[in-house]
Ligand binder design. Structure first.
Ligand code: FES
Length: 107
């Protein structure tokens, strides 16, 4: 199964093995990764799953959809070019080893 690496503001790494159908948010929540809350359950409406995708994975992870883009604009204070909502990134084999950073505002 693909692995996802979550990096905290302090540089701590949490390596999680994703299950089939997982998103970056659901894999984090199930494994207790700090800072990824997933309050709305993945419905693209809370932004408590905000992550910064590491640059070398940005192209493979893709950009946000329209609704996600709006929520990133309105719902997070530290948006970057590689900001995504974790619940909107499905973890596939192609994303094995994906590295995302958890913004300090969620720590
Ligand atoms: S879990 Fe709510 S927007 Fe991602």
């Amino acid at each position: 199964m693909p692995k996802v690496v979550y990096v905290s503001t302090q540089g701590d790494e949490h390596v999680v093995e994703a299950a089939a159908g997982d998103t970056v948010m659901s894999a984090a929540v199930r494994n207790g990764v700090p800072g990824i809350i997933g309050e709305c359950g993945g419905n693209n409406s809370c932004a408590t799953c905000h992550v910064w995708v590491r640059a070398d994975f940005a192209e493979r992870a893709g950009g946000p959809g329209d609704l996600e883009d709006d929520l990133l604009d309105l719902g997070v204070e530290d948006r970057r070019a590689t900001s995504r909502l974790g619940c909107q990134i499905e973890v596939t084999e192609d994303l094995d080893g994906l590295v995302v950073e958890v913004p300090p505002s969620q720590a």
